[in-house]
Design a protein around this ligand. Sequence first.
Ligand code: DOR
Ligand code: ZN
Ligand code: ZN
Length: 349
Amino acid sequence: MFDCLSFADVHVHLREPGFTAKETILTGTRAAARGGYTIVCPMPNLNPVPDSLETLALEQAAIDRDAVVRVLPYCSITKERKGLELVDFAALKAHCCAFSDDGSGVQSESVMLEAMRIAAREGVIIAAHCEDNSLPGTDPRSEWGQIERDLKLCEATGCHYHVCHISTKESVQLIRAAKARGVNVTCETAPHYLTLCSDDVLDDGRFRMNPPLRSAADREALIEALADGTIDVIATDHAPHTAEEKGRGFARSAMGIVGMETAFPVLYTRLVRSGRISLERLLEAMSTAPRRIFGLPSTPDDRVFIDLDNPFTIDSTTFASMGHSTPFHGWKVYGKIVKTVLDGTVVYE
Ligand code: DOR
Ligand code: ZN
Ligand code: ZN
């Protein structure tokens, strides 16, 4: 049996408070443990949005009550994630992992510039969902155009800018060039952008997420960027919805797929066993890099035990998550998570 430092997912949606018909802190952290994760960072598209000490305390109370793994929440960048008025970064920074308006891009350049100025001063991370609402989300420019804008702001302010779920080859090129000139930028992509492309999309809500699956050339550029270190982190963007919300066909289903219970086996099978990246590189992107970049707790007593040798078939009906919509249902894969240990205590077996 193979064992290593457990995984850390810096981009999940646990839906509590506000959307507990989709997922809860309890079910979402059970899904994390089942996927080999002992640290998750939930995004703030909640109700209420964690944009103040009072609203963040509601989310933290649910975490304290129910979480079975470590949970370090995000606060929003702007009040109610409306993109207009900034939150109090100095007051919130001790209580969250970073700041994000995930679910939407910050449309106003002047708001993002001011956010980055304050983030630089306070030493906090701005984690950006990049999407220009004046363009269709299916246009790759909707993503990379906003990254291009933000990289200039990041360079001018010196803030730590982390780009969420990159999906296009242009995003890769922009970030690779920015890193080469010393810009303080890091980024993540998700397992589905590394293993699927638009040719795979069926008329089924299981293939509906934002950003969408892009071209085969985009997927190849992302794999190369993971291999060469341009992409620092693999995060799942675990985004559960109800069966009804995901059962309306591709065009009408809610955007988002679950990811924590399939990430390692899918990536191990498609990228490592196929020889595209090493196991060490995959573990770095799923375990050590997210901890290092986000300053998350790191102890050798957080572990995952994995069966690398026996194939199994992904069955989304067995998930601990309340969300069951995944394009990976039915895939034959290797890398079953057998046991997850949090600070020396078994949290999944
Ligand atoms: O697919 C997505 N789902 N993309 C997002 O930006 C938000 C997320 C969600 O919250 O469901
Ligand atoms: Zn997002
Ligand atoms: Zn997200």
